[in-house]
Ligand binder design. Structure first.
Ligand SMILES: [Zn+2]
Length: 702
């Protein structure tokens, strides 16, 4: 499984005008911000941020020395509060149970958006940054890199264009932002549903996810003449329910109906996506690029969509033979199970039969595995990890009154015995109604050097949606959830351990195709018995997880590695194609996706399905989805060359921290990777950089 984090870079614009508030330790408002004692406080929060920012803008317009320009620019982005306002507002909007707070946060985000726009088009600031960049001999390496990035950010917002063109760029940016919200709004509002009669067609343990229906029109049920007498279920086809139904339902007709419906809605997104593609393309042209993919990939390691596409195509060819074999194995298994020698394997069969094959071959009962992963024990696992790797403790600290947004939230401090507190992490891990539905790390404050003796500590929140099984009072994670937790913790550590001078490069603010590396690296820990035996204990007996069980899990882990890789390559290719160079006449996007599926996967395309209209990664990761595959490759190489031999030692942790985490985005990403894992971790292809795939392909036996 590939874990997808929604990274809430504000969609507001491409500039990192993210300013952070710095409050004293005794604050008692939300997230420790004095202003946020009440929802109304967001107004004051915004006003103060703008006021302080204005002071810094006038200071910069006096053209102080170049180092002072960069410091003040970073302070605008940070200390004053724009970033804090934007990031806190986003976290609040996504997780706060109180409507009033959510609305105030939403309003704050809109107000900040307007102000950010003024900053991004401020010619005085742009001139100052250019001056600083030219005086790079006066700057430290990091300051000079900051100056360069700030100038690029300004120009990616169109500041260097004529007023008419800049106006057009601004309209397009706003339009793109609206289309993105519309796209995700449609997914949430129109998840689709199918009605299934009678209830016995759905496995009992999924009944709590569904709404009973009586009579009605029992679509697809062959015995429908009497169906109205039956009680049935309305199955919503949102992603989560869809996955559960596809995994557990033996009735193929039910799986098919749910698959087809779930992969056909929301219809409204066809139009939204076409408009989004067109607007992004137009924006890219105005910026002097050939395509939106050009525009997006240019600042990354890969540098050009050509490099990305050829990397993906080569990977596709490499995994094809093995993926075809896996397909045949699954098909034969289906034929055997349903006693039909000519049964065809369809996309709605995949999860059902692969899960069954995994558990039959490896004797893995997911509920038995989950009984060793009660959530509090998993948090113990994170503690063991940071203690072993970094000699640090990760412990609960009290929340000040008003600081928390829900009774489930706890606050942790990452503390080093010699260095003191390194940063803070709120954990909001349980699912509840109205909360952001996925798992993600949210920034609240970035790390930043304030003076030679003072460092602003990073603060962030890790948000997940773990829920109790219907028959249990303890939240137990299934193994893939443990993996997600470690993934998100990897992102969190990237921020918590970074010690950049400027918030501009704090933690995860790195090239997009490097950002998922730490999280993918930390997923390995969720599979390593050397760590698991130190925290995974049975929720009632306290017994340590048996090594045999972990071996079975590991055996099942990569059973369909080629199929999974094919899927990721297919997703990444869709993303590249849709936002790549556009033909004269608009294309039929659904047709293009269907062709890519036939060419790059071993599976049928089901006519009439349009999977991509629910592919929300097209929004945040437009032309950047390939980053996940890059990250998998980097993480595998680093795991094998740095961690695998002794994954829990202080020396391993020190390497990770000193050669990677500490630097955030402040150093050239290719240099960071080579310094950590040796020069073979990457290679230069044409104008860009591609990751070595050897370690990953060996690991997956491809
Ligand atoms: Zn991630």
């Amino acid at each position: 499984m590939w874990k997808l984090t929604s990274r809430f870079r504000p969609h507001i614009n491409s500039n990192s005008w993210l300013i952070r508030h710095f409050s004293s330790g005794d604050a008692t408002g939300l997230y420790g911000f004095d202003h946020l004692k009440t929802a109304k406080g967001f107004q004051r929060f915004v006003a103060d941020a703008i006021e302080r920012s204005g002071e810094l803008v006038s200071y910069i317009s006096g053209m102080p020395s170049s180092p002072d320009i960069i410091k003040a620019m970073d302070e605008i982005s940070d200390t004053v509060g724009v970033c804090c306002v934007v990031d806190s507002a986003e976290l609040c909007r996504q997780t706060h149970p109180d409507r009033e707070f959510v609305e105030a946060a939403h309003k704050a985000a809109i107000d900040m958006n307007d102000y950010l726009h003024q900053l991004n088009t401020n010619q005085t600031l742009y001139a100052a940054v250019r001056k600083a960049e030219q005086d790079s001999n006066l700057l430290t390496e990091e300051a000079s890199r900051t100056a360069h990035h700030l100038r690029m950010d300004f120009e990616r917002g169109g500041i260097h264009l004529s007023p008419e063109k800049l106006d057009k760029v601004n309209n397009l940016t706003t339009n793109i932002f609206q289309l993105c919200s519309e796209f995700s709004g449609n997914i949430a509002d129109d998840p689709g549903h199918v009605d299934i009669f009678p209830v016995s067609r759905v496995p009992r343990h999924l009944h709590h996810l569904l709404t009973p229906v009586y009579g009605g029109s029992p679509r697809g049920y062959k015995g429908s003449a009497h169906a109205s007498k039956h009680r049935g279920f309305r199955i919503p086809t949102d992603q989560r329910t869809l996955s559960s139904i596809l995994q557990w339902t033996s009735d193929e007709e039910v799986r098919k109906m749910v698959y087809v419906e779930g992969n056909s809605v929301p219809h409204a997104n066809h139009g939204v996506l076409e408009k989004l593609i067109a607007s992004r393309h137009e924006l890219a042209l105005m910026m002097g690029c050939n395509s939106y993919a050009d525009f997006m990939v240019e600042p990354n390691l890969a540098k050009s969509p050509k490099v990305v596409t050829s990397f993906l195509q080569e990977l596709s060819r490499t995994v094809k033979p093995k993926a075809d074999q896996e397909f045949i194995a699954i098909r034969d298994f289906k034929r055997e199970k349903c006693g039909d020698k000519s049964a065809e394997l369809e996309p709605w069969d995949e999860t059902y039969y692969t899960s069954m094959m995994k558990s039959s071959v490896n004797d893995v009962d997911t509920s038995v595995v989950a009984s060793y992963f009660p959530l509090p024990q998993c948090i113990e696992g994170l503690k063991v990890l940071v203690e072993s790797l970094f000699g640090a403790t990760f412990h609960t600290v009290p929340l000040a009154p008003g600081e928390s947004w829900h009774p489930d939230v706890i606050k942790m401090s990452l503390h080093h015995p010699d260095e003191g507190d390194l940063g803070y992490l709120y954990l909001d891990l349980y699912s509840r109604k109205g909360k952001y539905p996925g798992c993600a790390s949210f920034a609240i404050k970035g790390g930043r050097k304030i003076s030679d003796t003072e460092y602003q500590l990073p603060v962030l929140a890790l948000v997940c949606n773990f829920s109790r099984a219907s028959d249990s009072s303890v939240v137990k994670l299934n193994h893939s959830e443990v993996e997600v937790l470690f993934h998100e913790f990897g992102h969190a550590l990237h921020s918590l351990l970074s010690r950049t001078d400027y918030q501009h490069f704090s933690g995860t603010r790195v090239a997009l195709d490097l950002a998922e590396m730490p999280s993918n690296l930390f997923e390995y820990y969720a599979w390593d018995y050397r760590l698991l035996k130190r925290f995974a204990r049975h929720h009632s007996t306290g017994e340590t997880i048996p090594e045999k069980l972990v071996k079975s899990l590991q055996g099942a882990r990569n059973m369909f590695a080629a199929t999974e890789m094919q899927r990721q390559v297919f997703y990444a290719l869709i993303d590249q194609m849709l936002f790549g160079e556009q033909p004269e006449t608009p294309r039929d996007v659904s047709k293009l996706v269907a062709e890519l599926k036939r060419e790059h996967t071993s599976w049928n395309h089901v006519e009439g399905t349009h999977w991509h209209i629910r592919f929300s990664h097209l929004l945040n990761y437009g032309a950047g989805y390939y980053s996940y595959i890059y990250a998998k490759c980097f993480a595998s190489t680093i795991w094998q060359s740095v961690c695998e031999e002794d994954p829990l030692s202080l020396s391993t942790g020190t390497l990770l921290r000193e050669k990677f985490f500490k630097h955030g985005g402040a150093k050239d990403p290719a240099e960071l990777l080579k310094d950590l894992a040796g020069k073979e971790i990457i290679s230069v292809h044409g104008e860009g950089i591609v990751p070595a795939t050897t370690c990953l392909l060996n690991e997956l036996k491809l």
